[in-house]
Design a protein around this ligand. Structure first.
Ligand code: OGA
Ligand code: MN
Length: 283
């Protein structure tokens, strides 16, 4: 029997008994979408599916993004981003260092991603867990005075800011001028209201958020550091230890995530689809 079970006291759940190589009927899909919206992270177990099936399922949540680093997408399925350290003819074919910092996918777009679907195809013998932090819980955990202060504040998010750090740190190829021009900085409310559930969530992240508008630099830095600490505290975090065939859907409106390292010399192959979102609502 298909079933949905909690993985953490406050968010994150697993779905067992679903087979996405079949085109799910409306009721089965609705059960998964409800669980995704309610739990923010939904681990759909045991998916032996093709890229086309991964894309077909993901598309039922909404239109899909094609990543700005086109060289790291599957040639036949550009909606699938290769999150992997594989090399072909000596050249990387995937993003090897994706997500080694807390972030919400594509928060640097005017319309950030609604959710992502990451499928584990090949896993290292150890390491490579992914951490998820509930930004609803993080918001709820803030002192009331700080919560009040955040409403009405806006923050800048920038992809080139992060890409430059990653190229300096891990030799990721620098963005071309055209790629840079395609992703100008954007601003979002510091607290957003979830489109489906109405719940408020913190919406700033270490990965892409550069500053809070209308504050002196030092004050902006100080406030961001406080928020990043609360946003990623153990109290709001679920650690996912991957099993082969896990398809993890996470709600970028509600969680941040962080990839952890694994031994060099081992291969980790993940495929990501990314569902388009809409302009964040201020809470
Ligand atoms: C991503 C990402 C984390 C991981 O694909 O968006 O951040 O553990 N990946 O691979
Ligand atoms: Mn990510």
């Amino acid at each position: 029997m298909p079933d949905i079970r909690a993985l953490h006291p406050h968010f994150a759940a697993e779905a067992v008994g679903y087979d996405l190589s079949e085109d799910l009927d409306g009721a089965a899909f609705a059960a998964l979408r409800d669980a995704f919206e309610r739990h923010s992270v939904l681990v759909i177990r045991d998916q032996d599916i093709t890229p086309a099936e991964h894309v077909r399922f993901s598309r039922r949540l909404g239109p899909l993004e094609i990543h700005v680093m086109r060289q790291f997408t599957l040639p036949d399925h550009p909606e699938v981003l290769r999150v992997s350290n594989e090399r072909e003819e000596g050249r990387p074919v995937g993003l090897a260092d994706a997500g080694r910092y807390w972030h919400s996918d594509l928060s640097y777009l005017a319309e950030p991603s609604l959710g992502s679907g990451l499928l584990a195809r090949r896993l290292p013998s150890q390491g490579g867990d992914t951490l998820f932090a509930s930004q609803h819980l993080a918001y709820d955990n803030l002192p009331e005075s700080l919560r009040q202060r955040l409403h009405g504040l806006w923050a800048e998010h920038s992809y080139p800011y992060r890409a430059d750090i990653q190229s300096a740190r891990s030799g990721r190829p620098p963005l071309s001028d055209a790629q840079r021009a395609a992703v100008p900085p954007v601003i979002h409310p510091v607290v957003r209201r979830h489109d489906a559930t109405g719940r408020p969530a913190l919406f700033v992240n270490e990965g892409f958020t550069t500053r809070i508008l209308d504050l002196p630099d030092a004050e902006s830095r100080e406030l961001l550091d406080i928020l990043f600490a609360v946003a990623t505290d153990d109290a709001v975090t679920y650690r996912h230890a991957w099993r082969p065939g896990d398809l993890v859907l996470w709600d970028n409106r509600a969680v941040q995530h962080l990839a952890t390292p694994y031994p060099e010399g081992e291969t980790r192959i993940m495929h990501r689809t990314t569902v388009k979102g809409s302009t964040p609502l201020a809470a």
